[in-house]
Design a protein around this ligand. Structure first.
Ligand code: ADP
Length: 276
């Protein structure tokens, strides 16, 4: 990947939480580049560093060492004000919990990032997003009057309204039923293919990852697999291999379940469910 093709790149990215005996190595020297106009899924067990990678790439969390190159700048050298301005103008976020403002209509929620910045909407872009996401008839509705899938589509429109070059999605289908989930993922894929967005999505769901152009598997703060054109079966296989390797590293027979924290158990259950 040459530099002009790269949307964002991490070089030797390290993130430690705490210090001394209690230090947690959340990222252990991650080298990864994300191409412009590509949809990447990040998978891996709970606690493997997925959120930490996303938060440090987005400048929401400070790296311990390493560099983050975004449009010619090193994010790790920016002060808080520069990071805030960068996020406001160039980075969009889609969360599992939608984070819509309950007192405002769908239209006001979509336009909120522009309203806060005192900027005017590009009406043609607003119309394209609203129509592509099938939200035209919902514009006057408040979040409580919409389904989960509709709320997530409003949140996607809000993330894209400022035309960010980079969009981070954190389990965007985590709260959706399977139909709404498929709709949401299909739109994210379309926005990459037709609108040229770069999307980096954290997900526990191998089916969700199969909509991406590329899937990265994390384990213990490192990238352990990097899969072009992922399928759900292939991702489940990689996740199960990773789980077996983790069990072997703990020196336990694979047939014995170690005590797992609830988040990790859920991820494994979700991975297993999709293979049936
Ligand atoms: P994932 O998103 O894959 O579940 P995280 O990036 O949230 O993993 O966490 C990676 C590791 O860093 C875990 O061991 C987690 O407990 C630890 N961690 C994450 N955030 C913090 C924090 N604010 N303080 C201390 N440890 C943290």
């Amino acid at each position: 990947m040459n530099e002009s093709n790269t949307a964002i790149q991490a070089v030797g990215l390290v993130k430690d939480y705490g210090s001394g005996d209690g230090v947690v190595h959340a990222l252990r020297g991650v080298d990864v580049a994300f191409a412009k106009g590509e949809f990447t899924a990040i998978m891996g067990p709970s606690g493997s560093g997925k959120s930490t990678l996303m938060h440090t790439l987005a400048g929401l969390d400070r790296a311990t060492s390493g560099r983050i190159l975004f449009e010619g700048d090193d994010l790790t050298r920016m002060n808080d004000r520069q990071l805030t301005l960068l996020r406001r103008g160039k980075i969009g976020f889609i969360f599992q919990s939608f984070n819509l403002l309950p007192m405002f209509t769908a239209e006001a929620n979509i336009l909120m990032p522009l309203t806060l910045a005192g900027a005017k909407a590009d009406r043609a872009w607003f119309d394209l997003l609203v129509d592509t996401l099938g939200l035209r008839r919902r514009l006057g509705h408040r979040p409580a009057e919409m389904s989960g899938g509709q709320q997530q589509r409003v949140a996607i429109a809000r993330a894209l309204i400022t035309k960010p070059s980079l969009v981070f999605a954190d389990e965007p289908t985590g709260n959706l039923d399977s139909v709404s989930s498929a709709e949401t993922l299909a739109f994210l894929k379309r926005s990459v293919d037709e609108l040229g967005q770069t999307i980096i999505m954290v997900t526990h769901d191998a089916v969700a990852a199969s909509y991406a152009d590329r899937a990265i598997v994390f384990a213990d703060g490192r990238i352990v697999a990097d899969e072009p054109h992922p399928t759900a079966d292939r991702m489940n296989l990689l996740l199960m291999e990773e789980r077996r390797a983790a069990l072997a590293a703990e020196s336990l027979p694979a047939s014995i379940e170690p005590p797992t924290p609830p988040k990790r158990a859920r991820a494994a259950h979700a991975a297993a469910r999709h293979t049936r």
